[in-house]
Design a protein around this ligand. Structure first.
Ligand code: DGY
Length: 330
């Protein structure tokens, strides 16, 4: 559309987001199922007023240089934005947007599903049946820990961590949490949640679930030492970002039985290579980063990402900027 803002959308997203973008912009959408290779991405964004990125697209100085000085907005189709060098976009006065809030409950649903599936060995049971091994009811067959009444340790007590607490309370679980900032007393009371340092939370938890952002401080948070603080009967769930867990150390712990099982929505790297030691372990359940993958939630994320993109190209404040400080400069 001549005269319209030029934008690049780095993958097909649900119609709820694509329609308003196509209606208002001169838009190019990357049609492939795989992300644009770096060179193609840098070429596609040249001269754009706005770019809608995914967590697979690294936004850094090289990206910003390639786009050019006219770039007005980067809109990330995700709540997490560790793919964006926020200081770099902020230095250039460019607002970046994300999609907070809409995926909280859907992500917690999947985290709780992983917790239950890993504890009660659902993928193993399914493989057992399909392999033709089911001969009779077995008193010792595929035993695992109870979920109801157990103790859950929630690491990262933001929106998704608190949504996990809500689910855990429904299962009569004792809720422990850790975060860099202790929650308000009212929030603790609402979830009947007890704050503990990690060195106390990990040895006391039957389930440990990770809900932190990926930062320099949380990279490798669950390393060999911390995994060693967990109970041998415990289950680790990760729906945050892969690098928060040291994958090699986790594989060693699962193999040695120093923890019971793991349920992972995220790995490092993604996709996980088929020869990674975690892939061959029966007590490690891995799904392909689908925590927000309900039709409704992905649609709402698309609407929000489009709203951020369109506000940005029009020079309006983004509804959900990750660097609101860009607006303080004017
Ligand atoms: C996010 O939004 O950060 C998730 O990882 C993908 O929905």
């Amino acid at each position: 559309m001549a005269g319209s803002p030029k934008v690049f959308v780095a993958r097909r997203i649900p119609e709820d987001g694509i329609e308003p973008i196509l209606a208002a912009c001169d838009a190019r959408v990357w049609e492939d199922d795989l992300p644009p290779p770096r060179a193609a991405l840098l070429e596609a964004i040249r001269g754009c007023d706005g770019v809608l990125t995914l967590l697979t697209d690294k936004v850094d100085d090289e990206f910003l240089d390639a786009a050019g000085a006219q770039l007005k907005v980067v809109s990330n189709y995700a709540v997490g934005f560790d793919n964006i060098d926020v200081p770099a976009v902020t230095r250039r006065g460019i607002p970046a947007g994300n999609t907070p809030g809409v995926l909280t409950e859907t992500t917690a649903d999947l985290a709780f599903a992983l917790l239950m599936a890993a504890a009660r060995r659902l993928p193993e049971g399914d493989r057992y049946v399909r392999a033709g091994n089911w001969k009779t009811w077995g008193p010792l067959l595929l035993l695992g820990p109870d979920v109801h009444g157990a103790t859950i340790g929630i690491v990262g007590f933001g929106r998704i961590g608190q949504a996990m607490a809500k689910r855990a309370r429904g299962f009569g679980m004792t809720v422990l949490y850790h975060d860099v900032h202790r929650a308000d007393a009212a929030v603790e009371a609402e979830h009947d949640a007890t704050f503990l340092p990690l060195e106390e939370l990990l040895p006391r938890s039957d389930f440990v679930t990770l809900h932190v952002n990926l930062t320099d401080q949380t990279k490798g948070l669950m390393n060999a030492e911390k995994l060693g603080w967990m109970k041998p009967t415990a289950v680790l769930v990760n729906t945050s970002r892969g690098p928060v867990v040291d994958g090699a150390a986790l594989a060693t712990a699962l193999k040695a039985g120093t923890i019971f099982a793991a349920g992972l929505d995220v790995t490092d790297p993604e996709p996980i290579p088929m020869d990674h030691p975690l892939v061959g372990l029966d007590n490690c359940l891995i799904v392909p980063h689908i925590a927000s993958a309900s039709r409704a939630t992905r649609g709402k994320m698309a609407e929000m990402a489009a709203a951020n993109l369109l506000a940005g190209v029009r020079g309006e404040r983004l509804p959900t900027p990750v660097n609101p400080e860009v607006y303080d400069r004017a």
